[in-house]
Write a protein that binds this ligand. Structure first.
Ligand code: GLU
Length: 518
């Protein structure tokens, strides 16, 4: 039973485009907040100025707008606990660092990067901790006076967390249960640096979770190793009564299940690992995104929600509202979730087919316009209706593969002939060979002349005239007619295609085929 209002946060560091795993983390936080009538906070953890990437924050916000994941408070959303960007909270952290120093839970250290490197080279597996701190240049070895003298002289320093060794630290994780490690393996983490007057991730994260009254920390498995340190920090501050509960989500694994999903897997197998296209400001590299690859946001949400959790029955298609109702944080898997991108394509097809032909036609018309073809959404919708249930062949590094039409963009290579007449015929094409023999040209001329008499060129109108002619003449015109209009053995029902093209265009294509193929 949760008595206090649930407050969760998504707290990305703006170091680049949001990885799809981060999107899933945010989604689970969103689902959890909504189902408990709680609040979701958007915090920017930008205290590591070296890793700051311009544009990343806007990118992240845009990605969530696209996906329909809404925040209640935070950067760009407002709220009473701001500022929500950590670089704007220097004074707050300074005060809390001082609190730890005053209580003897942290200490000042002057070791330079060179000194630390030299130590690491000299001592195997060197760690700054209880076993080594008395050999280093810090407040504990130099004394208070010398420390104050150095600071007054402008010597740069850091504040380190003083970790007592030999203590079992328990993390109570909603997904993993009791996770216990011994404090002796932890090092005296740097909490604050005088050089930029900024805290490190650990301190800022804990102080903000406390001040923002966060009740549950739901984040990726990669943060589990930091959790014991975080527990110790809560205790050092005397905040254990309001310590949030932890839930570390399962890792996203490569499609073959071996190892952590990386951008390279996406590049290799041809799927995006970012929600939106990303233009790297430094290298100029462009990485594809789910949005630009033609995924529907609701398909991405549904797909991601099931990577690490499932409703316990066979239901796979779940709207955001159903997800809010059914999601159970404690039912998330401990084991990594295989990133089955083919399943992602399947989800997209399912959601694609839930849209009306006119909606899809509107999208398809936009795509056609980029190819220099201007048609109305209604006209494009006719093509969508005829072709959306077809199969496409696509190229992969492992050779050609087939799948159902799953994206509006899949329609384009399938549908060129709706807009462009055949310019030539491939005499070696199996279908053309089989369909066009001696005498076929004459038969097509007959069909041409019959069609020329049709006044109502709708499917029904053509049928009424052509079917009796087929019956009476004994000619089976379908394959050769397809060669005339399409150029190969593809496409929809012939009457439907013919009706779409219209009489004039149909007769023109037939004349060209007859003249060319003879
Ligand atoms: N800033 C961290 C990140 O980039 C947040 C980790 C956490 O949620 O505590 O993911």
């Amino acid at each position: 039973m949760i008595n206090t209002q649930v407050r969760v946060r998504f707290a990305p560091s703006p170091t680049g485009p949001l990885h799809i795993g981060g999107v899933r983390t945010a989604l689970y936080n969103y689902l959890f907040a909504r189902q408990h009538g709680g609040k979701l906070i958007f915090r920017i953890e930008d205290t590591d100025s070296n890793r700051f990437v311009p544009g990343a924050e806007d990118y992240i916000l845009e990605a969530f707008r696209w996906l329909g994941i809404q925040f209640d408070e935070g950067v760009s959303f407002g709220g009473d606990d701001g500022p929500y960007r950590q670089s704007e909270r220097r004074d707050i952290y300074k005060q809390y660092v001082q609190q730890l120093l005053d209580a003897g839970r942290a200490y000042i250290a002057f070791d330079t990067a060179e000194e630390l490197n030299a130590k690491r080279e000299a001592v195997q597996n060197f760690q700054y901790d209880a076993s080594t701190r008395m050999q280093m240049r810090n407040e504990l070895t130099l004394g208070k006076e010398e420390t104050e003298r150095l600071i007054a002289g402008g010597e740069p320093y850091v504040v380190r967390f003083l970790i007592e060794p030999g203590e079992d630290v328990h993390v109570d994780d909603i997904i993993r249960g009791d996770v216990c490690i011994n404090s002796s393996i932890l090092d005296d983490k740097v909490l604050w640096k005088s050089a930029d007057q900024l805290p490190t991730y650990h301190l800022a994260n804990i102080v903000d979770d406390h001040l923002m009254r966060i009740t549950h920390v739901i984040r990726g498995e990669e943060w589990l190793p930091s959790a014991p340190l975080h527990v110790l920090l809560y205790r050092a501050f005397g905040w254990e009564d309001t310590m949030p509960r932890f839930a570390h989500l399962p890792l996203l694994l490569k499609p073959d299940g071996k190892g952590k999903l990386s951008k390279r897997d996406g590049d290799r197998l041809g799927f995006p690992v970012f929600p939106l296209e990303w233009h790297d400001p430094k290298t100029g590299d462009v990485s594809t995104g789910y949005r630009e690859s033609g995924y529907l946001p609701e398909a991405v949400v549904n797909f991601l929600a099931l990577l690490g959790w499932n409703p316990g029955d066979d239901q796979e298609l779940l709207s955001l509202d159903e997800l809010v109702e059914k999601f159970r944080l404690e039912k998330c898997s401990k084991n990594g979730a295989r990133f089955d991108y083919v399943k992602g394509q399947w989800f997209n097809r399912e959601y694609l087919l839930r849209h009306t032909d006119l909606e899809l036609g509107g999208e398809f018309a936009k795509l056609l316009s980029r190819e220099g073809i201007e048609v109305t959404a209604e006209r494009a919708a006719e093509v969508v209706a005829l072709m959306k249930t077809k199969v496409i062949e696509y190229q992969t590094k492992d050779g050609p593969k087939k799948r159902n039409v799953s994206f509006v963009s899949d329609l384009w290579p399938l549908c060129r002939f709706f807009f462009f007449a055949p310019q030539s015929f491939d005499a070696n094409d199996k279908f053309v060979k089989k369909s066009w023999r001696e005498g076929t040209a004459a038969e097509m001329q007959q069909l041409h002349d019959v069609l020329a008499t049709v006044e109502d060129f709708s499917v029904e109108g053509q049928k009424a005239v052509v079917d009796p002619w087929v019956e009476q003449s004994g000619i089976k015109p379908w394959n050769a007619w397809r060669v005339c209009l399409v150029g190969e053995g593809q496409g929809p029902d012939m009457y439907a295609l013919s009706a779409f093209l219209g009489k004039e265009e149909v007769l023109r294509r037939m004349e060209f085929a007859i003249a060319t193929l003879k």
